[in-house]
Design a protein around this ligand. Structure first.
Ligand code: 3HC
Length: 353
């Protein structure tokens, strides 16, 4: 499946390939008997590490937190189509173009699963899209950075999808059933995405000096924003004012804190950079024998806050394109609604007859 022209295809590259998704699925597997035994109040289900399902009673704050996170996640998937979509017409070969188109389509699919999961909580996706378009709901900071060269598609696959998988595999064990189940397929597809990004960089870093420079430049630009994707640190102002981690972990929505996942990502990625023959733009990166982890330099959090406030290189362009695409797609939604209405009417008439 992966070809034999880069690292051993049997060697796991990311959290999904390490078998973590299968473990998460096994851990999440629930049986009606277990549920019946333990009781089905919100607290009992959480205590038994069972999934909360749409018809179960749940605190309003839990429902709102899920809507916020799932909507932000769905928005990230569809806005995330833009940076790479920008390269479909300029991919360097037919093979690269076909792969990139499939990948961008996958992201649209992920958005659909996630909007559907959010709808099980009683919101309408049209409402959520309005909140995205009006800037009232966020999407991931990472998609406000530009894709300047072909190598950026490699860096996005390797680093951005790699970070996304690290964050999302634990969500396969999220306490809310529809979200957890949606994440299983998303993670498997993201795993392929990371492989294809790694393979782009592998090819470039073994090409001409100019191609290797392009790969290095892309890794330099995407490294720090990829670390910021995991969200603000677990300590300090960001955690105490406005941070959601402690509550979300108590509810089993998040299974690891932002810093824990960031560290896992650094530990996974540094050896991969060495295999690619690329360096990472952090002079403080060094293996700590005592902790068994890679220490890394201070993250410039002011950059994350600036990008979240709308001052990233591409914030305005991303929303403008999204709103434009939404308007251009109005006729499709109208046609689908008209078809559904006619179909419903037909069924009712059949029933009456
Ligand atoms: N970008 C934008 N906003 C971010 C952010 C980021 N990278 N990291 C944190 N934030 C926001 C939070 O939304 C929150 O703001 P709010 O109160 O207005 O909603 C605030 O910063 C505080 O952060 P917390 O860590 O307390 O917030 P959360 O508990 O929600 O954790 C998260 C943030 C880890 C991103 C979590 O929401 C999460 O795991 N979400 C699901 C995964 C996701 O959305 N990933 C986005 C990328 S998807 C993707 O990359 C697509 C793929 O194709 C590559």
């Amino acid at each position: 499946m992966y070809g034999n022209d880069f690292i051993d295809p049997d060697e796991p590259l990311n959290a999904a390939e390490f078998g973590d998704v299968d473990d998460a699925v096994a851990a999440a597997a629930t049986t009606a008997a277990q549920r019946a035994e333990g009781g089905s109040s919100f607290e009992a289900l959480l205590a038994a590490d069972q999934r909360i399902e749409p018809r179960d009673e749940m605190p309003e704050a839990y429902r709102k937190t899920l809507i916020r996170q799932i909507a932000q996640h769905a928005h990230s998937e569809i806005i995330g189509m833009q940076p790479e979509g920008n390269w479909i017409s300029r991919a360097p070969s037919l093979r690269r173009k076909a792969i990139l188109m499939a990948k961008v389509q996958d992201e649209a699919g992920h958005g659909l699963y996630l909007y559907a999961a959010a709808e099980t909580l009683g919101v309408d996706r049209a409402e959520l899209l309005d909140l995205l378009h009006s800037g009232k709901q966020k999407y991931s900071s990472i998609f406000n950075y530009p894709t300047l060269t072909w190598a950026d598609n490699g860096a996005i696959g390797w680093l951005v999808d790699g970070a996304a998988i690290m964050n999302q595999v634990p969500l396969c064990r999220c306490s809310y059933g529809p979200y957890a189940r949606a994440m299983i397929r998303v993670c498997k597809e993201e795993s392929f995405h990371q492989r294809q990004g790694f393979e782009i960089l592998w090819t470039l870093s073994r090409g001409t000096a100019a191609q290797k420079d392009m790969a290095q430049d892309a890794a330099n630009r995407w490294w720090w924003p990829a670390l910021m994707m995991f969200g603000p640190p677990d300590t300090g102002d960001a955690a105490t004012t406005g941070g959601h981690t402690a509550q979300s972990m108590a509810w089993g929505i998040k299974r690891f804190s932002n810093d824990d996942l960031r560290q896992k990502f650094v530990d996974m990625t540094v050896p991969q950079a060495a295999k690619l023959g690329l360096t990472l733009p952090d002079p403080d990166l060094r293996f700590n024998e005592e902790t068994g982890h890679w220490d890394f330099g201070a993250i410039d959090w002011s950059e994350l806050w600036r990008v979240l406030k709308g001052d990233g290189a591409c914030n305005a362009e991303r929303i403008e394109r999204r709103v434009g695409a939404h308007h251009e797609g109005a006729w499709v939604r109208e046609a689908a609604n008209a078809y559904a209405a006619r179909h419903d009417l037909g069924q009712q008439q059949e029933y009456v007859a």
